[in-house]
Design a binder for this molecule. Structure first.
Ligand SMILES: *Cc1c(COP(=O)(O)O)cnc(C)c1O
Length: 457
């Protein structure tokens, strides 16, 4: 068996007045429960395993959970027994991944068939099960999550029913849509959701303060936020899965990926480095255009505050996973968006392309795709398709794959307004909505939040 893969911090070489780099390497298990490195960098694998062309083609026609096992065991074989990983992937992935052909060159893959109808289910379901399996059997843990919407319900559903883990999800009372609130409030069991009388930032502050509060030590607090490496690795799998199910023989493909915090596209970048034949990754963003500007000018400037666009899960002006891209291209970026070392831009441009899509173009694309193909896409997916269309204006056409990240029924207003259609709510969502939940509410006050945690824990 190959050497164990360890994890380093994206700030590893840093030594400034402000930050001393964390030079230690940790195991996957440690990285999973630490979430963030002590120097506030993000964990990255020190080595990326390779698959041969033959390995890749052998994934063809395997069910998704077997592909997940084949990919993930290459990272995790020292951290979890093969048999256990097999069982976890089988339990986590029991839903479809439809592939729709648009034309001779273009495919759309729908990652919206999980329980909460969002691609976040892919990462959430695996990470929750890994935590459950890897944690010491005799130790209960408490997971805290601050969410602005969709991530919260994906994480909540993923942890629901896993014993020994208590989950508390904080969301901003007046910043979530009615359907999001309904989904959050009906999770139940070991997962409690709390509407906070404040903003998403307030929710994050409460969670952060709890983590640094030593009097909560007995609760064994763990975070499950979007920067956890346990959420990135599962997102390498779907690229292999649909690639082999689309091609007959190995050929380089374009991947157009709706991007906010860049976690999904980073999964693709890692898959490419594992050997997946990717011509270029298109990081499709909404009007938060900091990355396309970086690729053009070499200068990174975060968008602050982030721009509010229709594809609201992508309203991110300083993507957290950009630090990981910098790491892969020999640069260093800290969490505040300060560049400590420039990445290799020439290499970046060779493999990555990014373009910012306006709301106007997003809506036009929703209409265009429906008119031409009778296929309904929602704003996030439309951004991906529009970015590909833009790319084709400057580059040769070739096999390309766009990703739809969420079900159109989660954006009924815009679909109704543009196409005069009310998208049918998927069964999995109906099942959640019909449950009787126990909505929680707390004011934006750390003292009260702490008291609540101590009482529940
Ligand atoms: C989170 C999210 C995205 C963006 O994914 P990142 O991994 O943050 O880049 C795109 N679409 C939807 C619907 C999302 O929820």
């Amino acid at each position: 068996m190959k050497d164990r893969i360890l994890y380093h911090s994206t700030n590893r070489h840093l030594n400034t007045d402000k930050i001393t780099g964390f030079r230690k390497k940790v195991t996957f298990k440690q990285a999973l429960f630490m979430g963030q490195a002590p120097d506030k960098g993000l964990f990255m694998p020190t080595r990326i395993p390779r698959l041969s062309k033959k390995d890749i083609l052998e994934l063809k026609e395997k069910p998704y959970h077997e592909v997940a096992y084949e990919i993930l065991r290459r990272f995790l074989s020292h951290d979890i027994k093969d048999k256990e990983l097999k069982a976890i992937t089988k339990d986590a992935y029991n839903f479809d991944i439809p592939i729709e052909k648009l034309d001779q060159y273009t495919y759309i893959v729908r990652l919206d068939k999980g329980p909460t109808a969002s691609f976040k289910d892919f990462a959430a379901r695996l990470m929750a099960r890994l935590m459950h399996k890897i944690k010491p059997k005799d130790k209960n843990i408490t997971v805290l999550v601050a969410t602005s919407g969709d991530t919260g319900s994906a994480m909540g559903e993923a942890y629901r029913g896993l014993n020994g883990i208590d989950v508390h999800i904080l969301y901003p009372q007046s910043e979530v849509s009615p359907i999001q609130k309904k989904l959050l409030d009906s999770i139940g069991k070991n997962v409690r959701t709390i509407a906070i009388d404040g903003t998403f930032d307030d929710c994050q502050k409460l969670v952060k303060e709890a983590f640094s509060d030593s009097s909560l030590k007995r609760l064994n607090l763990t975070s499950a936020n979007s920067i956890n490496i346990g959420r990135i690795l599962p997102q390498t799998v779907y690229y292999f899965y649909f690639y082999v199910n689309i091609v007959d023989e190995i050929q380089p493909a374009l991947l157009s990926i709706p991007s906010g915090n860049f976690g999904s596209s980073l999964g693709c970048e890692i898959a490419r480095r594992m050997g997946l034949p990717v011509k270029r990754i298109i990081l499709a963003t909404n009007e938060n255009d900091e990355f396309s500007k970086l690729l053009k000018s070499g200068i990174y400037r975060k968008v602050e505050p982030s721009r509010k666009c229709l594809s609201n899960s992508m309203n991110v002006g300083n993507p957290s996973n950009l630090a990981r891209y910098f790491d892969l291209y020999n640069g260093i970026l800290d969490k505040d968006g300060i560049v400590h070392k420039k990445p290799n831009l020439k290499e970046m441009r060779k493999h990555l392309y990014s373009t910012a899509i306006s709301d106007e173009d997003t809506v036009k694309t929703i209409n265009r795709i429906y008119k031409k193909h009778k296929i309904i896409v929602e704003p996030h997916g439309a951004v991906g398709i529009a970015a590909l269309i833009k790319y084709f204006k400057e580059n040769k056409k070739r096999l390309s794959i766009c990703i739809e990240t969420v079900h159109p029924a989660k954006f009924p207003e815009i679909i109704k307004q543009e196409l005069n259609i009310s998208p049918e709510i998927p069964e999995s969502l109906m099942k959640i909505i019909k449950r009787k939940g126990k909505p929680g509410y707390l004011p934006n006050d750390y003292g009260i939040f702490k008291e609540y945690l101590l009482k529940k824990g």
